[in-house]
Design a protein around this ligand. Structure first.
Ligand code: PLP
Length: 382
């Protein structure tokens, strides 16, 4: 029996009828444990970014590993996890003065961390906050998205003085996201970004010594760098997020192996075109997002995974999701074996797609399913 048929049979046995995001819990838990062990070995606090899964059910797997703090990227996510018992959360996007009153309300229940690189935002927070909040200073170590450039310690010093004047703001430390690790050409280059970022954060902290009464903690987090480097020592806090599920982007960057891919979209076959070597799935941009990899044979929006007895299997070679429209995904068989397997398929079958970027694919779904059929609830944006 072909791997395609067997995968379809197993997906149908789960009772799935439409595009559904499946999570392989065993793999996700292994990914969590690996990073928890690295953090423990280095004496670093793991504060995983929950923007990838945004699910209280998945959060509970972190809790099982002793992790009771997290990072989020919106006030809505923060409120959702607070409702599910998370009491220590950092909102790691630049603080928005328009939300200051809501931060203050949240801080009644949560040990809340906020992030900024702006004196205007600090002033607005200072005016609105009545409860203690931890403030992280956003430092740009080379990504060029947000943050005060790491060399600009004059500006960082001014920010610290401004925040120190507010009784509600406790200065937590220097926080960075080295997003440029995503542009690295493999694990060695991602490791170099990690080391350079740490070096820059430490240099920055040294230059600022004496401007704050307490120590400045150092917080960083990105999946390519933290996957490439085993020893995280030197940091105080680690905030990677994508590692819980990984994805094809991380696989291509050498950050994970196919066995680490822990979420995938089960997608119904709605058209089979053997002469063209093509299968069309009811899984388009609204299910997968439009994230794409540039492959040697053209763009790739997803790859096929097999579903084995114990969970997700390997990537089925010879297949690539070559184009996407709103609802349709066009799967191309690129070798003779793939094209032969295609003859076994018909509408009513289901196939399993590994996404290019799991964070954005998860965002397309209102809940996920475990391989045991369990529904995994997640945050829903209003
Ligand atoms: N921290 C911040 C501020 C981020 O923006 C992100 C991701 O965008 C992360 C941590 C987690 O990084 P990753 O998605 O590479 O795991």
């Amino acid at each position: 029996v072909s791997a395609l048929r067997e995968t379809s049979r197993r997906l149908r046995a789960l009772g799935l009828t439409r595009a559904t995001l499946l999570v392989d819990e065993r793999r996700a838990r292994a990914n969590i444990r690996r990073f928890r062990d690295r953090a423990d070995a280095a004496g670093v606090l793991l504060r995983p970014h929950f923007k990838t899964h945004q699910s209280a059910a998945v959060g509970a797997w972190f809790r099982d590993e002793g992790i009771d703090r997290a990072t989020v990227s919106s006030l809505g996510q923060a409120a959702y996890f607070a409702e599910h018992g998370w009491r220590d959360l950092t909102l790691a996007v630049g603080a928005n003065p328009l939300e200051a009153a809501e931060y203050d309300a949240l801080a009644a229940d949560v040990r809340l961390g906020l992030l900024t690189d702006s004196e205007a935002a600090v002033t607005a927070l200072a005016a609105a906050l009545t409860r203690p909040v931890r403030l992280w200073l956003d430092v740009d170590v080379g990504d060029g998205r947000t943050g005060v450039p790491w060399q600009d310690t004059v500006r960082l010093g001014a920010l610290i003085r401004c925040a120190a004047a507010s009784p509600a703001l406790e200065i937590a430390g220097l926080l960075t996201h080295a997003g440029h690790a995503y542009g690295a050409s493999g694990p060695a280059a991602a490791a170099a970004v990690f080391r350079e970022s740490l070096h820059r954060l430490r240099a920055c902290r040294e230059a600022l010594a004496g401007t704050v009464p307490g120590p400045l903690a150092l917080s960083a987090g990105d999946t390519p760098g933290f996957s490439a480097v085993r020893d995280w020592s030197g940091l105080d806090e680690a905030r990677p997020g994508n590692f819980v599920f990984y994805d094809l982007m991380q696989l291509e960057a050498g950050a994970c192996t196919p066995d680490d891919l822990a979420c995938a979209v089960a997608a119904p076959v709605i058209g089979v075109y053997p002469d063209a070597g093509r299968v069309v799935l009811h899984a388009g941009a609204v299910h997968l997002s439009r994230e794409v990899l540039a492959g040697p044979a053209g763009p790739c929006f997803g790859r096929l995974l097999s579903l084995d007895d114990g969970g997700f299997g390997g990537i089925l070679p010879g297949w690539s999701l070559a184009s996407l429209s709103q609802e349709h995904g066009v799967l191309e068989g690129r070798d003779a074996t793939a094209r032969e397997g295609l003859a076994d398929l018909e509408p009513g079958d289901l196939l399993l797609l590994a996404p290019v970027h799991s964070c954005l694919t998860c965002e397309q779904f209102q809940s996920y399913r475990g391989l045991d059929g369990a529904v995994l609830e997640r945050y829903r944006r209003p």
